[in-house]
Design a binder for this molecule. Structure first.
Ligand code: FPP
Length: 251
């Protein structure tokens, strides 16, 4: 592990990593256990990935913990996921404080059970001045819905003469997204072999490097994160420019 870390330290690490944590259900099924057993074990991976990001100096980590579509899952599964969220927040507050980690959320938090809302706002408030890693949980989050809200809010400003249509630009749109305080995503990881974005951060992923691994989320540990970052470091991010232009910038 230390060897992996030394290797990572040779190049810049992604500033903002976003993760679609997928495969909990299949992991449990492979073990002949109920789906929620997979979610319970997925929490250990969440902890490992947060810890790994903090260790190598990633500044922003955004986790897709619950999508707008996830409300359609069986009632018991939704209930268990919410209970896991509450118990993890309770248990981990101390660790977040000790490691100077700030918790934020994106998504329709008002749709979560009251208990989860209260716990979340408590941890968000208590960690708001922390300044190493910003950990963002996407909860009841859907990117298209986020964009629809942006359009509604910008339109209202135009109608109320607070904004001219000509003034609308990428920066204004950014400032109306849930993620207004976060930088663009540099690196997106999805586990479990699915190669989709699934309505996650559609605007924010515009220039992100994408990483898909067959590993199921409960098996995705610190070592897997470090290997993913090493893969990221081999990529050449061109943002539409040519390789030669990029080389000249780096000279
Ligand atoms: C996807 O696996 C995972 C989720 C929908 C939820 C992720 C939640 C956790 C890891 C636990 C709680 C999180 C926090 C932040 C404490 P899946 O159920 O879609 O798996 P499948 O595709 O194999 O069915």
């Amino acid at each position: 592990m230390e060897e992996l870390k030394t290797q990572i330290a040779k190049n810049p690490v992604p500033n903002h990593i976003a993760v679609i944590m997928d495969g909990n259900g299949r992991w449990a099924k492979l073990k002949g256990r109920p789906r929620v057993f997979g979610h319970k074990n997925g929490v250990t991976s969440v902890k490992q990935v947060i810890e790994g990001c903090a260790e190598v100096g990633v500044n922003y980590l955004t986790l897709y913990a619950f999508s707008t579509e996830n409300w359609n899952r069986p009632k018991f599964e939704v209930k268990t996921l919410m209970a896991l969220l509450v118990s993890s927040l309770k248990k981990e507050l101390k660790t977040l404080q000790k490691n100077n980690i700030k918790l934020t959320t994106i998504g329709n938090i008002q749709n979560l059970p009251k208990k989860a809302q209260i716990e979340l706002s408590d941890v968000v408030k208590k960690t708001e001045n922390n300044n190493t890693l910003t950990l963002t949980l996407a909860l009841s989050y859907g990117s298209r819905e986020e964009i629809v809200n942006v359009i509604k809010n910008i339109s209202k400003k135009v109608v109320n003469n607070q904004l001219n249509v000509e003034e609308i630009n990428e920066k204004i749109i950014n400032n109306h997204l849930y993620t207004f305080s976060l930088p663009d995503v540099d690196f997106m990881i999805r586990t479990s072999g699915e190669k989709r974005i699934s309505n996650f951060l559609l605007w924010q992923l515009a220039y992100a490097e994408l990483y898909f691994t067959d590993t199921l989320w409960p098996d995705f540990k610190k070592k897997n994160l470090f290997n993913a970052i090493l893969d990221y470091q081999t990529r050449e991010r061109r943002f539409g420019k040519t390789s030669e232009q990029i080389e000249n910038i780096n000279e």
